[in-house]
Design a binder for this molecule. Structure first.
Ligand SMILES: Nc1ncnc2c1ncn2[C@@H]1O[C@H](COP(=O)(O)OP(=O)(O)OP(=O)(O)O)[C@@H](O)[C@H]1O
Ligand SMILES: [Mg+2]
Length: 326
């Protein structure tokens, strides 16, 4: 039988449109029902879930844009396309950051209303902060919220050592923005836009930065341009002016540790967890490291403790992640 935690997790995941989590919890209810000997109920739910899954994957397949769904020609070495199902509710964010991101998403959903008044949604957004705090996840979530493809720009393919070639490759990417509306994500943008005059600034680095700035200026596509960096301080000042919003990411405060763990362990009863101790132990870990600790703890709970996730298991998993950093 489903327990109340599972029901709540299910309702939450449904409300936030998080289909993957919805199905994960449903699968757990099926297996719990079987374990409890409620075979007819388990069969019935399993059948229903199977049908829903088939419907969902059909719907997703048919809603995908076909226009350069798969990049062609030279573009294949410059961008990687994906169609994330991620939502903003999957990203645990500071309230003000979440509000700002939701406003930007809304501007795109309602861009026709803005256009009627001669306005445009903000399209160029810079995400900065330490590793593992949710920048890449946010890019996926914005694409997911808007039902747009995510085109991750492969900077290894874009940046070459040959004179002028980087600019030519950048042009191909910026032309694609015009032709296929999507979220174009420049991860580790510092590789492209370090400060002018920094040491090692052979002429080509400056040329590359200048062409990036120029393409950003000229771009008038309907696409979103997201850029992420761990090294805000290394970016050329001129870059900041080109972005219409900057969003700062940070390591999680104690209440986010709890939210991330709860979100990632919907199949476990966490009523006995001593959150103060857990949050204190997790200080200094990034959101990504906390997710990794949650996965470790889940495996240990299943294999070592009959599926019961104890405070001690969680503490150990977190301790091991802290140890890895030292
Ligand atoms: N704010 C968050 N909320 C929930 N999960 C998160 C968050 N940040 C990170 N994660 C988890 O960690 C994984 C890696 O995070 P992500 O790739 O977004 O980090 P990043 O900020 O892009 O790091 P990097 O600077 O190293 O690229 C995510 O897929 C997700 O599972
Ligand atoms: Mg990243």
């Amino acid at each position: 039988m489903a327990n109340s935690k599972q029901l709540i997790a299910m309702i939450r995941s449904h409300a936030s449109g998080d289909e993957e989590r919805f199905f994960a919890v449903a699968d757990h209810i099926v297996s719990d029902s079987r374990k409890a000997g409620h075979h007819r109920m388990a069969d019935e739910i399993a059948k229903l879930v199977g049908e829903l899954r088939a419907e969902t994957s059909e719907r997703r397949a048919s809603s995908r844009p076909t226009l350069i769904a798969a990049p062609r020609g030279e573009l294949t070495s410059l961008v990687r396309a994906s169609y994330p199902d991620t939502r903003l509710s999957d990203v645990v964010l500071a309230d003000d950051v979440e509000t700002r991101l939701r406003r930007i998403v809304r501007e795109h959903r309602e861009r026709q209303i803005l256009a009627d008044m001669g306005l445009q949604p903000r399209r160029k957004i810079l995400l900065s902060g330490p590793p593992g705090t949710g920048k890449t996840l946010t890019a996926a979530a914005i694409a997911g919220e808007l039902g747009l493809p995510l085109f991750t720009v492969l900077l290894d393919g874009v940046i070459t050592k040959y004179m002028g070639e980087t600019a030519a490759k950048l042009r191909i990417v910026f032309d694609a923005m015009q032709q296929a509306r999507g979220v174009y994500f420049f991860d580790e943008v510092d590789a492209l836009a370090t400060r002018r005059g920094a040491e090692n600034d052979i002429g080509e680095a400056r040329r590359m930065l200048n062409s990036f700035l120029q393409f950003l200026d000229e771009d008038s596509s309907g696409s979103l341009i997201l850029a992420a960096t761990n090294h805000h301080e290394l970016l050329d000042r001129a870059i900041f002016r080109r972005f219409e919003a900057t969003v700062q990411y940070a390591l999680p405060p104690p209440d986010h540790v709890r939210r991330i763990l709860t979100q990632h362990l919907p199949q476990f009863d966490l009523a006995e967890v001593e959150w103060n101790k857990i949050s204190a132990a997790a200080e200094g870990l990034s959101q990504a490291e906390i997710v990794a600790a949650a996965d470790d703890a889940a495996r240990d709970a299943v294999l070592e403790s009959k599926g019961i996730l104890t405070n001690a298991i969680l503490l150990r998993a977190i301790g091991e992640r802290i140890h890895l950093k030292l």
